[in-house]
Design a protein around this ligand. Sequence first.
Ligand code: MN
Length: 129
Amino acid sequence: MAKRVLVVEDNALNLKLFCDLLRAHGYEAEAVSDAREALGKATTFAPDVIILDIQMPHITGLELIESIRRDVFLRRIPILAVTAYAGKGDEDRIRDAGADAYVAKPISLMKFVEVVAQLVELADSRALA
Ligand code: MN
């Protein structure tokens, strides 16, 4: 069965790029462009991995990470944060919020796919734990 990846990104072009890339690699990708819909969609879609943008209107990626980590049904799902800015302080804040990995924009597509595969393995190991 295909692994499921939820992608939360307000930029339509990036959202399509990420989902196309994931599908090309055999994942079932679900797109969410409005961060306010992310928790509800995650609950029904039950993704193996969540990819989220940090810079989003209404709910920032950092806030969304914290909400996911507080949610009893979602808290164990590995999170990949994607961000346009990537100073050391930013990376620390993203990891402190509870992300398992982050990739800086502009995204290296090879790196992106590699990190998703690692997080799927992490999801599997958490399911067994
Ligand atoms: Mn954005």
